[in-house]
Design a protein around this ligand. Structure first.
Ligand code: DGP
Length: 114
């Protein structure tokens, strides 16, 4: 089976514009940005989707929120606002089967999403 794309970015086998890394998480710029700031925050551990979360993954997701706050602040979004999105499955148009938190900001974002 081919290696997961985001596992490849996490391991360094596939290039990525990485903006944050620690022992459990990685954040990098989305290759097809939908806003002036569009970052993806992923666990290093391969988890295909929200539906595959297991006991013990909650701490990593909580940490992802903390990292999102830090990155939003570093990117000047703390006052203007930003959106955090996790797509899950076909109806949400999840296209990469490695759970990821989108951080979008730098423009007014419409609601509801399409
Ligand atoms: P989603 O639709 O929620 O599965 O979002 C997947 C995102 O991943 C999408 O916004 C585009 C991004 N993406 C796909 N391939 C690559 C890649 O090779 N590198 C980077 N940096 N982002 C990618």
């Amino acid at each position: 089976m081919a290696e997961c794309l985001f596992c490849g970015i996490a391991s360094g086998a596939i290039p990525g514009d990485i903006v944050y890394r620690d022992e459990s998480l990685l954040a990098f710029r989305d290759i097809d940005p939908k806003a002036p700031v569009h970052l993806l925050i992923i666990p290093r551990k391969h988890i295909a989707s929200v539906m595959e979360l297991g006991t013990g993954d909650g701490a990593t997701l909580g940490h992802a929120m903390e990292v999102a706050r830090q990155l939003a602040t570093e990117n000047g979004l703390s006052e203007s606002g930003f959106r955090l999105v996790v797509n899950c499955g076909p109806d949400a148009a999840q296209s990469v089967d490695h759970i990821h938190l989108h951080l979008l900001g730098g423009r007014a974002l419409g609601w509801p999403p399409g």
